[in-house]
Write a protein that binds this ligand. Structure first.
Ligand SMILES: NC(=O)c1ccc[n+]([C@@H]2O[C@H](COP(=O)([O-])OP(=O)(O)OC[C@H]3O[C@@H](n4cnc5c(N)ncnc54)[C@H](OP(=O)(O)O)[C@@H]3O)[C@@H](O)[C@H]2O)c1
Length: 173
């Protein structure tokens, strides 16, 4: 299995505030959907809650993807997605259900990125060319001795997307 991380980060690795994103960038939403569709997505319970509600209850699985939520709360159960209670349980589950050449995506948030950055094979990072001083959640430092840029795709801001962005794929050196 290929384990990838996908995230959009500000100039200081900012990723969120008050359990929401810091920007509305349709270009990045499209990139995220295109990159992750058809693949398993793995997220922390906070990020799952940030995606919306299902029948009035916090948490919304992303369509067209196998959704796996990480929580430490043994009481937390869902009928509409998979729930795992530890990294070991997640790793066992992925090993049993995924082929060697299949790609799974860690989609956040801050706590979960920190747990997986050393285990990931690849990072899909949208660099948002702005500082966000109110952020309360951050992506870990991308160590240049560990990661090399494999591709870079820059987009100037436009009417819909108010910040310059750059889609960078990092591979482990
Ligand atoms: N910019 C981006 O690309 C991006 C992407 C995703 C999210 N975000 C933002 O990130 C923020 C949320 O991030 P966050 O760091 O607060 O939360 P998070 O990483 O989404 O989820 C944290 C939760 O994961 C569970 N967890 C943590 N460690 C675990 C472990 N070892 N085993 C099993 N479960 C574990 C716990 O759930 P329980 O409390 O249920 O035990 C913990 O509260 C929001 O602002 C969101 O909008 C940004």
């Amino acid at each position: 299995m290929i384990l990838s991380i996908i995230s959009a980060i500000g100039k200081n690795n900012e990723i969120g505030m008050k359990n929401e994103l810091l920007w509305n960038l349709p270009i990045d939403m499209k990139h995220f959907r295109k990159t992750t569709s058809g693949h398993p997505v793995i997220m922390g319970q906070k990020t799952f809650e940030s995606l919306g509600t299902t029948n009035g209850v916090l948490g919304r699985p992303l369509p067209n993807r196998r959704n796996i939520v990480l929580t430490l709360d043994k009481e937390f159960k869902r009928g509409d997605c998979e729930v795992v209670y530890s990294i070991e349980e997640l790793e066992g589950r992925l090993k049993d259900t995924m082929e060697d050449d299949e790609e799974a995506f860690i989609i956040g948030g801050g706590q979960i990125y920190k747990l997986f950055i050393d285990k990931a094979d690849r990072l899909y990072i949208t660099h948002v060319d702005r500082e966000f001083p109110d952020a309360d959640t951050f992506f870990p430092v991308i160590d240049p001795t560990v990661w090399k840029v494999a591709s870079e795709d820059k987009h100037a801001k436009d009417e819909e997307n108010i910040y310059d962005t750059s889609f960078v794929i990092y591979e482990k050196k």
